[in-house]
Design a protein around this ligand. Structure first.
Ligand code: MN
Length: 442
């Protein structure tokens, strides 16, 4: 568990005045990492940290500003075009660089003038996928999502018996992980229309989003050597927003018996910013299991988990249609949920993933699965919100949606707040739906 320390002090302010604005996602208590360069430039990609409306260019800062060897190594790793090198250094290095950045950016810092030269406006930057992920695994940690989806397909027994015991997941695809802002093309695939005798190839008619968090692995484990749950969080660098775009019609036809394949591997959108577990320390909560469910097996249980294994992160999904954009109407919120309602925790995901000896590597990405809350309006996908499209959602623009239409822009946002601490945010993970690929080139 990461400690609460001086970097979380609610009294801290920054000489970057936009970081002190009420409601800002990136106050000095947050300091999330990203990979960026100036927009439309040929500059090399490098790592940066968010402060207010700016990115602090960690490569421009230079390792010379670091007061000790560990933070110097961490800063040097930030000149790389991905966060992998920093992730591989491990939790002591992440803590050291956070402490250094907190000192350099706080109001009254002696170094303010030289550090200011390394600020780039976020509006003038373009971002890349934050890490090179060798593997992407998507879990299914929300029991509310699992139950609501199960009810649509198996009204008599929505939750399968293994759910209470196994953190369910499938191995996804890392080549199609894209950063926020990248358009997402509506996929084509095999569809089995209701009542048809044979399937056809066509564009998905049931394109959906999934409101998730991504978990970036920092230090990995050796093949054959499981990560015990007590050490699991020491292997986690931080969290991002993640939209696991899903084509429900392709999924329905293909998923048995081996699970999702082409219904989900055409695109996964992540936020550019990775919020570290250090930054999330003030927002931890006890991990709890309702009395009607069995306690987890011992390899998925620990005193630390019971004390503070959950994280309170408010999640929301918004939609802006092409018509709303044309009319200058803001995105409309479709739902909100909270990661503290998750049935399985981050540490349980890591411990379970490696219990058979499977190795995880720096930069590997774990999705939490769709995060839905206990109430129907807290659903993290249209599949649940519109009951598989049968009860379309009527928007303020007068339009309605069972599933996504071309031109729709889906935006995920998240933030943490707790009395006595400064609110921190995740930025956003956004993507616009493009029409399907036209093989005639038209
Ligand atoms: Mn998913």
């Amino acid at each position: 568990m990461r400690p609460i320390d001086a970097t979380h002090d609610p009294g801290l302010t920054s000489w970057v005045s936009s970081a002190n604005r009420e409601g800002c996602d990136f106050p000095i208590q947050n300091l999330p990492f990203a990979v960026f360069r100036r927009a439309r430039s040929r500059e090399p990609l490098r790592c940066g940290v968010a402060i207010g409306d700016y990115v602090l260019d960690l490569a421009a800062l230079g390792a010379g500003i670091a007061p000790d060897a560990l933070s110097a190594r961490a800063l040097a790793a930030c000149a790389e075009p991905t966060l992998n090198a920093l992730m591989a250094l491990g939790a002591p290095a992440w803590r050291a660089v956070r402490r250094l950045l907190s000192q350099l950016l706080r109001a009254g810092a002696r170094e303010a003038e030289s550090v200011a030269a390394a600020l780039v406006a976020q509006s003038a930057a373009e971002f890349a996928v934050p890490a090179r992920s060798g593997d992407f695994t998507d879990f299914y940690t929300s029991i509310h999502h699992a139950t609501a989806v199960g009810r649509l397909f198996r009204p008599d027994r929505p939750l399968l018996p293994n759910y209470a015991w196994v953190p369910i997941a499938y191995h996804g695809r890392s080549s199609s992980i894209v950063v926020s802002g990248t358009p997402v093309r509506r996929p084509r695939g095999q569809l089995m229309p209701r009542g048809a005798l044979s399937p056809c190839l066509g564009a998905s008619d049931q394109l959906d989003y999934e409101l998730e968090l991504g978990v970036f692995i920092g230090g990995g484990n050796r093949l054959g050597e499981p990560i015990p749950i007590e050490q699991a969080e020491a292997h986690v660098f931080g969290l991002c927003l993640l939209n696991d775009w899903s084509a429900r019609d392709i999924q329905t036809w293909e998923y048995q018996p081996l699970g999702p394949f082409l219904a989900k591997n055409f695109a996964t959108t992540v936020s550019p910013w990775v919020v570290t577990l250090e930054a999330l320390a003030p927002f931890r909560a006890p991990w709890q299991r309702a009395a009607q469910h069995p306690p987890p097996l011992p390899y998925l249980d620990s005193p630390e988990l019971r004390a503070a294994g959950a994280v309170e992160i408010e999640l929301e999904v918004l939609l802006q249609t092409a018509l709303m954009r044309a009319r200058d109407q803001p995105p409309e919120r479709l739902s909100q949920s909270n990661f503290s309602d998750s049935y399985w925790s981050i540490a349980q995901m890591v411990a379970h993933h490696t219990v058979n000896g499977c190795n995880v590597l720096p930069g590997d990405l774990l999705g939490t699965g769709t995060q839905s809350g206990p109430l129907p309006e807290q659903a993290g996908s249209l599949l649940e919100l519109t009951r598989a499209g049968t009860c379309p959602r009527v928007l303020l623009s007068g339009e309605s949606r069972g599933f996504l239409a071309d031109g729709d822009r889906v935006i995920l946002r998240a933030g943490c707040h707790r009395p006595g601490f400064v609110r921190i945010g995740f930025g956003e993970a956004a993507g616009e739906v493009l029409p399907p690929w036209d093989p005639s080139g038209g």
